[in-house]
Design a protein around this ligand. Sequence first.
Ligand SMILES: [Zn+2]
Length: 192
Amino acid sequence: MTARPGVVAYCPLCGEKLVPKCGAVVHWHFAHRTKDCDPWREGESEWHLAWKEKFPPLRREIVVSRGGVKHIADVRLDSGYVLEFQHSTISFDDVMARNDFWGKVLWVFDARGVVESGRFAMTPESNYMKFRWKLPRKTIVPVIEKTDRRDVRVLLDFGDGRLFEIRNIWKGPKRTYGWGYFQPMSLFDNLR
Ligand SMILES: [Zn+2]
């Protein structure tokens, strides 16, 4: 449902009546009057909201229930993949807990500015890109190192319309290294 002034909406998880936030600057959205009932939900940054809006309303705000526990997925695709848009820092344990709960997960990390700043340098190989990453986002390295699952995937949003999927990553003495490739937005439609 699209937030408009005067529109009534209820939280699909706790049933609380939500407040439409329709500012001049922020994307229009619904929010809890006080604190979000789902501790897994990230604050609604512009980046986060803009990502959600790329997907049809039917795929957004999906309640997922597992073993008596419920969480709201920002976006859940037909393929069953849950999209986690991560702007703020998240602990390794939280990432692992979400991977277990959602099953299939696509992590999209906010990596705006890393290429321009020179922190993320890519070298093209035949059909992939090698990279060197100075000061990488802390959780990404252990998440990829310790997740040997094909249904947990990690993407970086460079903020210039390009999405980069990290396929492997490792820490060197000074830098972090790895490889991956660019993915089109149609990736989300083509997942199985
Ligand atoms: Zn709620």
